[in-house]
Ligand binder design. Structure first.
Ligand code: HEC
Ligand code: HEC
Length: 221
């Protein structure tokens, strides 16, 4: 069913204002809005997101045991950020702190905080195939030769912390993170290949950034 049809439905509904025409349209159109994910409001997200910046708003902040850098979120696909939060909430990702953070958020709050933290998605020119290391070529079909996800469901890897990319690929291998696509791909990688792809994607520019923290008395400026 095309959007055009629905659009004309709505317009003819308004124009004719006949109960019959509008009724049929409303019946057919009704399921669509229910399936729409909530639209994020970055201003609202900024309020919720304040607590997130305790980890995600400090450049170079690291997770202890195991030691790796907390992921950069600014410039990330907002759709992907929402998916990631749902996965922490529902247990496909086992990281305990993020599980608790995600559990406390409604669907609307997830959309809001993702819109705030992600901001404007980063864009970049494609990288010529010859410049992409062999181990990273298979990744490019989803994560882009330039490390920018080719569709909103694919995370951007460009500029992400190298230690985080290595950690996460091991999480997919161990089952600590479960994803039908990435688990299979991660299993096919050797440790040497993981180091190569992590180095390649983390060094690409333009890329992701740490969310800047608003001025507080803790920010030391
Ligand atoms: C105590 C530190 C801490 C706090 C507070 C925190 N996070 Fe995280 N976050 C992490 C770590 C560490 C990871 C990576 C976990 C893993 O290995 O999956 C992460 C991962 C994420 C990811 C996945 C990113 C990706 O590239 O897949 C998202 C999205 C996220 N956090 C959002 C949030 C939001 C929203 C909040 C606030 C409501 C928040 N975080 C609060 C430490 C934190
Ligand atoms: C068919 C598409 C596809 C291919 C090919 C692919 N990925 Fe992914 N990748 C995804 C999807 C989808 C996700 C999100 C999974 C999730 O929600 O946990 C993802 C997630 C990731 C993440 C987690 C990002 C984050 O911010 O936490 C990393 C790292 C990653 N992929 C690396 C790679 C590497 C390296 C390759 C090549 C060896 C690769 N991927 C190939 C689809 C793909």
């Amino acid at each position: 069913m095309s959007e055009l049809w629905l659009d004309s439905c709505v317009r003819s509904g308004r124009r004719l204002a006949t109960v019959a025409a509008f009724g049929v349209c409303a019946l057919l159109a009704a399921p669509a809005p229910a399936q729409q994910p909530p639209v994020g409001n970055a201003q609202q997200g900024k309020i919720i997101g304040y607590t997130c910046l305790g980890c995600h708003g400090i450049e170079g902040y690291r997770n202890a045991y195991p030691d790796y850098a907390v992921p950069r979120l600014r410039g990330q696909s907002v759709t992907y950020l929402v998916t990631a939060l749902q996965e922490y909430r529902d247990g496909q990702r086992a990281y305990p702190t993020m599980h608790l953070q995600a559990l406390s958020l409604s669907a609307q709050q997830m959309a809001d905080v993702a819109a705030y933290l992600g901001g404007k998605p980063v864009t970049a020119k494609p990288v010529p195939a010859a410049a992409v290391p062999a181990a990273a070529q298979v990744c490019a079909s989803c994560h882009g030769s330039n490390g920018i996800g080719v569709a909103p469901m694919y995370p951007t890897l460009a500029g992400q912390h190298e230690s985080y990319l290595i950690r996460v690929l091991h999480e997919y291998q161990s089952g600590y993170r479960q994803n039908p696509i990435m688990s299979g791909i991660a299993h096919s990688l050797t440790n040497a290949q993981i180091r190569i792809v992590a180095a390649y994607f983390s060094h690409l520019k333009p890329g992701l950034h740490t969310v800047p923290r608003p001025y507080t008395r803790w920010s030391g400026r």
